[in-house]
Every structure is written in structure tokens, then in C-alpha cells.
Design a protein around this ligand. Structure first.
Ligand SMILES: [Mn+2]
Length: 418
């Protein structure tokens, strides 16, 4: 089965969210080439971002020898550090449907670069969801963001691609970058198929691209402002679902504790990231869970969402994102999958694993991408065809169940809602 793209993070906004003309602008930021917008939530500035001194521990950290901070690895960080130092105008971008990690890491790097007097522009060909505006509000007034795509890129001498290491998942902007003379660097935590840019920094053990950036900042003794710390902390919370999912290991938690010393309001960021659902989403979940099926002794579960359901409930494509993360709360469950009909001939398959099974490999086998615990792929075909093709691969994770009366294939259909 031929397939296409699929970076995936918990909460990632997938393709069809933006894929139809009607929905393209619904619920997403609709600004083009503008400076920072005024505060719109009617709240006072939550903190003095630049005025505060860094916390004591952060100050102590900055006094390394030979210009090298903790964890400095010249081979890993040196080329990017040198190239960023000489860049004047930097374009920042991410994958096609930017998620919390995409936007937060772009914002953190933009803050870092503008503080050095560099011209920075964040570019996406489709606007990010409105829910990420609290991150964009951290940007300084002179940082431009632009949702018009490739035409915005002409004056950059370096492009940094964050949270994406696949040209396939960069849309028209990726095509433009590849054809242009602009140098490219990747900062990422996804499994890298092949070398991407000339100055890549990829750390697969990091929870998020924001964490990769923070390790880079520490290693290069970069000044970390409270706003940078907040953006990085948000990226870690987003990609780990508040330290529950993915790679939330010792180092991630240690670094997060360090970030909290910048005066971050953990509860507020959790609210901004995770308490943003609509009643339409709840309605979608209610219907979608009515079609939940399980197999392999309850270790595998899957559900499918026909396109109609989005129309009926008024929910957006991305509203289905959190459903699999909810299923992970099931004790017996190890792997779950969701199949969303994008249109009559394409289906987005999304996978989650608690970690023992590598769903990143499954997505990769079908041409998609992601990590061990979260992955996805856009596949051609009808819902039925795609599920018939993909489910046996997931069932193969649990061979011991297959020999026992075909438990792997006798799916249990939970009682639908009346
Ligand atoms: Mn990420």
C-alpha cells in the first residue's frame, strides 16, 4: 500500500483539519504577516518576562569554562551553533499541521534569536490552531509570523525546521526550501530517516523538540529568559501529555524542574494546553467510543471515524486527537489505533502504544512516521480497506493470543450508545 506522511505527537493536529476549503480557516489563527497581537484574553500580563533575573541555579549554570555549558558536545551542537551565529535572517518552520511542540519550540528559538538582534520569521502555509495563540503571544513585537507559505521566505539566509525531519511532511514550503538556495537545519526528536539539513541536531531520547532546544541552550550557555523557559516547558508538557506519555524520562523531568525555577505557572500552562476542548469534541468522542473495538485479550483497541461524523457533530478533525490518549488509561491495553476518514479515498491512521510495542515502526512500514509510542500515517483507500491492511500488523504484536481460538481476530464490539 502506497502511503504518505505522518509525523505524530500526542495531540498532533492531522491533515484534514486543514484539508478542506471550508474548514481551512475555522478555528485557526487567521493572521498573515503581522507582529505580535495585543493580549486578547482580558488578563493582565502574567509576568514580567524579560525583566526578571534568571533563577540562581540558572545563573550558576551559565558560568561554564571555555564557552561550553553542561552537556556540550561539539560534534552534536557545534555546526548549528556556528551557523546560527552567522545567520542574519532566519526562517523557522515545522510540519504541515503544527502542534504544541512545533509552535512552542519555534517560539523558544525565535525568542533566542531575536534577543541576538537577528531577524526572525515563523512561517507556515496553514495557520496554527487558535489554541496555540498563548505561545505566539510570548513573541517579541519585532518577530513576524506568516501563514502564507513559501512566498514569505525570500529574505532568509537560514531555515530551521523544528519537530520535522521529513520533506514529505512539509507541504509546499518543503518543496520551496528544497528548490531554494537557503541553507537548512533540523532540530528534532523524531527518528530520522536520512540526513535532513546541513546542521541537524536530532536527539531521539528527548521528549520533545523543545527539550532538544533546551539541551542546546544549556550546552551553548545561551541566556534563557522566563518566556523561553515557558515555551520549552509547554512543549515538554504537550508532547508528554503532562509527563504521562512518550519519553518522559529522568532527564526530561530533571530539566522540567529546572525550567520551573523561572517562575512558570504549571497549572496555567496545563489549562492552556489541555483544557481547551469543545462540546462538539465531546459529542464526537461519545459517538466514536460507541464504535470502539478490542481484540488480543483487550491489549489492542481500535476505532474508526467516518467523515460524516465530523459533519454530524460539528467537531473538527483534530478534535479526535485525544481519544487514543484517553484509551491508554485502560489497564489491559497496550496498543490502540484510530482510523479517520479524511475523504472518500484517504484515511489517517493514528497509533499509540504504552511503550512495549513500537508503533513508530508500524507507521514507518506503511510510509508514515512518529515514535515508539505515538505515530501516524495517511493511507489511500477506504476505511474498510485501510483497517483490513493495518490491523493484522497491530495484532501481530500479540502472537500468544493468536494461537488461542483466534482471539486476535474476534473483536469485541462494545455496546453502542442508543
Ligand atoms: Mn514533537
Amino acid at each position: 500500500m502506497k502511503s504518505s506522511r505522518g509525523m505524530e505527537s500526542p495531540g498532533a493536529a492531522p491533515m484534514a483539519e486543514y484539508g478542506e476549503g471550508v474548514r481551512r480557516t475555522a478555528g485557526v489563527l487567521q493572521k498573515t504577516v503581522r507582529t505580535r497581537k495585543p493580549q486578547t484574553r482580558g488578563e493582565p500580563e502574567p509576568r514580567a518576562r524579560e525583566a526578571e533575573p534568571p533563577p540562581r541555579r540558572a545563573r550558576a549554570r551559565v558560568s561554564g569554562r571555555n564557552g561550553e555549558g553542561p552537556g556540550f558536545d561539539r560534534e552534536r551542537f557545534g555546526p548549528l551553533h556556528d551557523r546560527l551565529a552567522s545567520a542574519q535572517s532566519v526562517l523557522l518552520t515545522s510540519h504541515l499541521f503544527p502542534d504544541g511542540d512545533s509552535i512552542a519550540s519555534e517560539v523558544a528559538l525565535a525568542l533566542h534569536l531575536t534577543a541576538q538582534g537577528k531577524s526572525v520569521r515563523i512561517v507556515h502555509e496553514i495557520a496554527p490552531l487558535e489554541r496555540y495563540s498563548f505561545l505566539l503571544d510570548l513573541l517579541p513585537p519585532d518577530c513576524l509570523f506568516d501563514w502564507t507559505g513559501p512566498q514569505a521566505t525570500v529574505d532568509a539566509d537560514l531555515a530551521v525546521c523544528l519537530d520535522v525531519s521529513s520533506w514529505d511532511y512539509m507541504g509546499r514550503l518543503g518543496d520551496w526550501l528544497r528548490a531554494s538556495a537557503v541553507e537548512v537545519a533540523a532540530i528534532d526528536h523524531h527518528r530520522l530517516g536520512s540526513r535532513f539539513g546541513d546542521h541537524d541536531v536530532v536527539i531521539e531520547s528527548a521528549s520533545s523538540t523543545g527539550e532538544v532546544l533546551y539541551r542546546y541552550f544549556r550546552a551553548t550557555q545561551a541566556a534563557v529568559s522566563p518566556a523561553i523557559a515557558e515555551a520549552i516547558y509547554a512543549s515538554i508538557l504537550f508532547d508528554t501529555g503532562c509527563f504521562r506519555l512518550g519519553l518522559a524520562g529522568n532527564e526530561t523531568i530533571r530539566l522540567s524542574a529546572e525550567l520551573l525555577e523561572y517562575g512558570i505557572d504549571h497549572a496555567r500552562i496545563c489549562r492552556e494546553l489541555f483544557e481547551v476542548d469543545s462540546w462538539e469534541k465531546v459529542d464526537l468522542m461519545r459517538h466514536a467510543l460507541g464504535k470502539l473495538q478490542s481484540g488480543c485479550g483487550g491489549r489492542l483497541a481500535w476505532l474508526s471515524i467516518p467523515q460524516d461524523l465530523f459533519h454530524v457533530t460539528g467537531a473538527r478533525f483534530a478534535d479526535a486527537d485525544g481519544i487514543l490518549d484517553e484509551l491508554l488509561s485502560l489497564r489491559e491495553l497496550d496498543v490502540c489505533a484510530m482510523f479517520r476518514e479524511v475523504n472518500g479515498h484517504e484515511v489517517k491512521a493514528t497509533f499509540r502504544s504504552k511503550g512495549a510495542q513500537d508503533v513508530g515502526l508500524v507507521a514507518q512500514e506503511f510510509g508514515g512516521g512518529g515514535r515508539r509510542t505515538a505515530s501516524g500515517v495517511l493511507l489511500p483507500g477506504t476505511l474498510h480497506q485501510v483497517m483490513e491492511s493495518v490491523l493484522p500488523r497491530l495484532q501481530a504484536f500479540f502472537p500468544e493470543r493468536r494461537g488461542r481460538g483466534g482471539a486476535a481476530t474476534s473483536a469485541r464490539l462494545l455496546q453502542p450508545l442508543s
